[in-house]
Design a protein around this ligand. Structure first.
Ligand SMILES: Cc1cc2nc3c(=O)[nH]c(=O)nc-3n(C[C@H](O)[C@H](O)[C@H](O)COP(=O)(O)O)c2cc1C
Length: 337
């Protein structure tokens, strides 16, 4: 048996490394290389609700103008034969990946409303997606909208999506929830088979020379995995659901910690963009060396052995050591004078 084998979303995967949605997973040559380097599945970049809705509006406008016979106006509209929508492009990409790769392909949808776009999930399933990841990238900025309303909308989307498809669904959760564990349980009750912890929100920056606000993509660092690892350890002890860590997995140590805490797989993105896709092999080789050192026979054996329930001090994942941790900090010499 392959020592690195793991199970995620009902799929048998040859290793715990899954490259997550990014421009890297859009390019067939790059993805083929990642497969050779040891990636066990890939998650395509997201298809966005806005893309689907924009096309539906354009098509509706086109059909309307045809009905009215406004030949001049319709000349501004896309011609159906040439009409290659973002959804069509996405389906083409999915189909190419499916026919060219030996590893599972997970499609990704990104949206925040429970409107018509969700129906298109069925097409992803028909095109052969092995599973679906839903990313609800929503900044709850409305002072009139309660956390219950925000969460209820998330759950409606998940339920509707689950009604559309029969393939396994995983949800990329935000970490900014009042009760992560309670919400995770509700997501499971809506039919999700997995959770990806956590969505990484990009922070707008203030340009102090132009006084503009500009969105910036900053790649992650290893320490960001710790937030995810804490929650994986807590959720693994309470919920029977598949868990992926996304955010801050750069080295084999990060992967080992996530799996010990109870993750089924680790997603990689920033590290591959920084170091190149061969980093997958480096991480896996270092990880196997560590397994040998610790005498672990398989990923299956070590998975979850340090989840909250099994940890020597379960309270370490919560508040218990807070005071101790703060007290243990010693400022560098000279700082206090
Ligand atoms: C350039 C770029 C594009 C991304 N595109 C998507 C996307 O389309 N959908 C999505 O769910 N996440 C997307 N992500 C988020 C990553 O999949 C990943 O969850 C996040 O970067 C945290 O993982 P990391 O620390 O390994 O980078 C993107 C990230 C980057 C850097």
């Amino acid at each position: 048996m392959n020592r690195l084998e793991t199970k995620y979303l009902g799929l048998s995967l040859k290793s715990p490394v899954v490259p997550s949605s990014s421009p890297l997973t859009r390019d067939l040559d790059v993805v083929r290389r990642m497969e050779d380097y040891g990636a066990s599945a890939i998650i395509l970049p997201s298809l966005f609700e806005e893309q689907i809705q924009q096309e539906e509006q354009q098509l509706a406008r086109f059909l309307h103008s045809q009905e009215l016979g406004h030949a001049e106006a319709s000349s501004f509209m896309p011609i159906p034969d040439d009409y290659n929508s973002a959804l069509d492009n996405y389906l083409d990409c999915l189909s190419t990946m499916k026919s060219s790769l030996g590893i599972p392909v997970i499609a990704s949808l990104n949206g925040i409303t429970d409107e018509g776009w969700i129906e298109h999930a069925k097409e992803l399933e028909l095109q052969g997606a092995d599973a679906l990841e839903l990313n609800i990238y929503y900044v709850a900025a409305n002072a009139q909208e309660s956390s219950q309303q925000v969460e209820a909308r998330y759950l409606r989307i998940i339920k509707q999506l689950k009604d559309e498809v029969n393939i396994p669904l995983t949800v990329k959760l935000p970490s900014q929830l009042t009760s992560v564990a309670h919400f995770a349980a509700q997501v499971k009750d809506c039919g999700a088979s997995g959770l990806s912890l956590f969505n990484r929100f990009y922070q707008p920056d203030v340009d102090i020379s132009t006084l503009n606000i500009k969105p910036v993509v900053k790649l992650s660092q290893s320490h960001e995995s710790l937030l995810r690892i804490r929650w994986v350890a807590i959720l693994r002890s309470q919920l029977d659901i598949d868990l992926a860590v996304t955010g801050g997995i750069h080295h084999s140590d990060d992967m080992a910690k996530a799996l010990l805490a109870g993750a089924d797989v680790t997603h990689m993105c920033s590290s591959l963009l920084i170091n190149g896709t061969k980093q997958i092999t480096t991480v896996l080789e270092d990880f196997v060396r560590w397994m040998d050192e610790k005498e672990y026979q398989s990923v299956q054996e070590l998975k979850g052995s340090l989840c909250q329930k099994h940890a020597i001090d379960p309270s370490a994942y919560e508040r218990a050591n807070y005071l101790e941790v703060l007290d243990s900090y010693t400022p560098p010499e000279g700082v206090l004078f």
